[in-house]
Design a protein around this ligand. Structure first.
Ligand SMILES: Nc1ncnc2c1ncn2[C@@H]1O[C@H](COP(=O)(O)OP(=O)(O)OP(=O)(O)O)[C@@H](O)[C@H]1O
Ligand SMILES: [Mg+2]
Length: 233
């Protein structure tokens, strides 16, 4: 990252786009604490978070999903959702607890299952789910911590067109119902332009430009970095 100055607005669905290696995932890693900054500062909701650990940032309301699906393959859908709920309720460190008998955990897991549409598949092991359903489960795990800000790294990657539409509907629904501000990294421009209120374009570790989707679509510099040549040349 070099010379990046960004403000992510509450309630504004922001997409980060840019060619492979532009630094999109790196930016998410810096916001969420997977990587630490050796220069610069980060603030969330008026408080400095630059030196907080990833889990401290989760507690403040920042969560994420990963570019490569990151779920517990041997565990069922319900068990995968129980883990972040237990962590949020501070009950993860009780060795003899039975999360399946904890009514608070149960109620939250039910509402997550309903939101992500995986109720019927609740007892299926995560590794046996279709790819699209695994991605939905991962989003369920990301929102189980009740984030106010949630980064989704290529939520639609590897999905078929029907699954992509389902994912977009889920993101819209969660934005409205759970008051989550989503920031998504996405290569599919149809998804980007359909979903976003604001688009940030990255190139070679820096922000090339940002703006409303219509403006970005017609931006000559953006067309150039994607096509790899000067537009009109
Ligand atoms: N810890 C690191 N040290 C040095 N270089 C790194 C490190 N992490 C990532 N890079 C490099 O920085 C560049 C940006 O990587 P990043 O994964 O953020 O790109 P991206 O925009 O997410 O790309 P993609 O669309 O392919 O996912 C890449 O060239 C990558 O190899
Ligand atoms: Mg990436």
């Amino acid at each position: 990252m070099n010379d990046v100055h960004l403000t992510l607005e509450k309630g504004v669905l922001t997409s980060i786009i840019g060619p492979n290696g532009a630094g999109k995932t790196t930016l998410i890693n810096l916001f969420t604490g997977k990587l630490s900054c050796d220069f610069g500062r980060l603030f969330f909701d008026g408080m400095e978070i630059t030196d907080l650990t990833p889990h401290e940032r989760v507690r403040r309301g920042i969560s994420r999903s990963f570019q490569i699906t990151n779920i517990f393959p041997q565990m069922t859908v319900v068990q995968n959702l129980q883990l972040p709920v237990l962590a949020r309720l501070d009950r993860a460190a009780r060795p003899f607890a039975r999360p399946d008998r904890d009514p608070d955990v149960g109620a939250e897991v039910e509402s997550l299952l309903e939101d992500i549409g995986l109720r019927e598949l609740r007892n299926v092991r995560a590794k046996a789910l279709a790819h699209g359903d695994q991605r939905l489960l991962e989003i369920g795990m990301a929102i189980a911590c009740r984030p106010r800000l949630c980064f989704l790294d290529e939520p639609c990657s590897g999905m078929n067109p029907g699954e992509r539409v389902q994912m977009q509907e889920l993101i819209r629904k969660l934005t409205a119902m759970r008051a989550v501000t989503f920031v998504i990294v996405e290569h599919d421009m149809d998804v980007v332009f359909a979903l976003s209120d604001w688009v940030i374009v990255m190139h070679q570790g820096t922000v090339l430009t940002e703006g409303r989707p219509e403006a970005i679509r017609n931006h000559a510099g953006v067309q150039e970095i994607y096509l790899g040549e000067k537009v009109g040349a």
